[in-house]
Ligand binder design. Structure first.
Ligand code: ATP
Ligand code: MG
Length: 419
């Protein structure tokens, strides 16, 4: 016998029992983004490998070891399944010249792919909602992103997510900081792990992002970028903090927060929870003022953030969030030839009025049909037998809150179900 086929490790099926939660989440997301004036952009799942190498950075976890890359069999092009959404979004904006006349507030939602070790909250195919604001220079936009995420937690019923912010300064400030950091880590060369040794001269800031517990004491004591900050970044950061304080948003400045992607400068932030174990970051973002130019566009400032949907849903479930049911209003049961012929038309008439109706298919006894109606979770069974058909009527039986089965004229059924 051949081996049963299974999904690829770290890539999950989203089963019908979880559909209500996903759909409720997605509906909330759309309404929330709409209320801030953001429009959706959809980009391909596959892009040229070069796009991610150039934007995320060569010496990062994603580019060094997490990308699903392959050669197009027909023309040898190097391609990659997108590991994140910002690079594609910026590529599309530049390619289609969307910044020609106006800044853009954009969002996307979809699957991302990273070859990581699968564990709770960390998968190889996962889903993100991302927001990118392109062409905005001031800290008012950074603040908008943080305020809107704070509102989203309320909409999703989430507690226990805390905001951490930091600033990465300008490229020049980071260059100076880099040198100080290299000097510091060189002094402690013996305590560095393999990753850190490799990155010491190529990308020492990445060492601060290390997940290795053995490295944390060393990282804690490292010099802080805050001491090398340029005037623009300092003012930007102070103004952002003033706005957050005005709006009543609590935050903690975390000088170790550097983010795992190279394109960030100035503001970076993360929303973290302690309720999900090691995978506690549910949302992360920041400013990336040089990325548009790096990808070949006319220089323009930008900032954005992305959220891990699986982690947010896990947190919603952890906090007993109950999504509204997806069950239909009615399950239409029918017995006899005449009823069977009429039933599809009755179902359509009910749907014309906006009701959701599951039409029983596949025959079976009246009793077994009623069982299926019950299991479906529908509010009512609408019952059509030969006797009802002859009288131009149908019976309505409430399935959830008790109540008598009663007969009504066919043209009254919709009204009864909607009442
Ligand atoms: P982490 O530090 O957890 O690896 P990251 O810095 O690599 O996260 P980003 O690239 O900033 O993550 O992605 C934004 C968000 O997407 C993360 O905060 C997280 O919620 C989610 N995310 C990232 N990688 C995964 C993954 N492999 N599985 C599930 N969610 C993920
Ligand atoms: Mg990661």
């Amino acid at each position: 016998m051949s081996k049963t086929l299974q999904a690829v490790r770290g890539m999950n099926d989203i089963l019908p029992q979880d559909a209500a939660l996903w759909e409720c989440f997605e509906d909330t997301i759309r309404a929330w983004l709409h209320s801030y004036g953001y429009t959706q952009i959809r980009t391909p799942i596959v892009e040229s490998t070069d796009l991610f190498v150039r934007s995320i950075g060569e010496v990062t976890d994603i580019v060094e070891k997490e990308m699903y890359s392959f050669e197009d069999r027909l023309n040898g092009e190097r391609l990659t399944l997108r590991p994140e959404g910002t690079a594609s979004c910026v590529r599309a904006v530049v390619e289609h010249n969307l910044l020609y006349n106006a800044p853009q507030r954009l969002w996307y939602m979809g699957a991302m792919f990273r070859h990581e070790r699968p564990q709770k909250g960390r998968y190889r195919q996962f889903h993100q909602v991302g927001v990118e604001s392109l062409g905005f220079e001031g800290p008012d936009m950074d603040a908008e992103h943080i305020l809107m995420t704070a509102r989203l937690w309320k909409l999703l019923g989430l507690q226990d997510v805390a905001l951490e912010i930091n600033t990465l300064g300008s490229a020049e400030a980071r260059q100076q900081y880099r040198n100080r950091l290299i000097a510091y880590f060189e002094q402690h060369g013996g305590a560095l792990d393999e990753d850190a040794k490799r990155r010491l001269h190529t990308n020492p800031l990445r060492i601060l992002d290390s997940k290795n517990p053995a490295m944390q004491t060393l990282i804690e004591a490292a010099p802080k970028l805050m001491d090398d900050l340029d005037d623009f970044s300092r003012q930007h950061f102070e103004s952002l903090q003033a706005t957050l304080t005005q709006a009543g948003i609590k935050y903690r400045i975390n000088p170790r927060l550097v983010r795992g992607l190279d394109y960030y400068n100035a503001t970076v932030f993360e929303w973290v929870t302690t309720k999900l174990g090691a995978q506690g970051t549910v949302c992360a973002g920041g400013r990336y003022d040089s990325l548009i130019e790096q990808i070949g566009g006319k220089p323009a400032p930008a900032c954005g953030f992305a959220m891990g949907i699986e982690r947010l849903l896990a947190l919603m479930q952890e906090q007993q969030f109950v999504p509204p049911t997806l069950a239909a209003d009615a399950y239409l049961v029918h017995a006899g030839d005449a009823a069977g012929e009429l039933a599809p038309k009755i179902a359509e008439t009910l749907r014309d009025t906006g009701l959701s109706v599951v039409l029983h298919c596949g025959g079976g006894s009246f009793k077994s049909q009623m069982k299926k109606a019950d299991v479906s979770g529908a509010r009512f069974a609408v019952i059509l037998g030969d006797e009802e058909v002859a009288a131009g009527e149908a019976s309505v039986k409430p399935l959830r809150d008790g109540g008598e089965q009663r007969r009504f004229k066919l043209d009254k059924i919709a009204e009864v179900l909607s009442a």
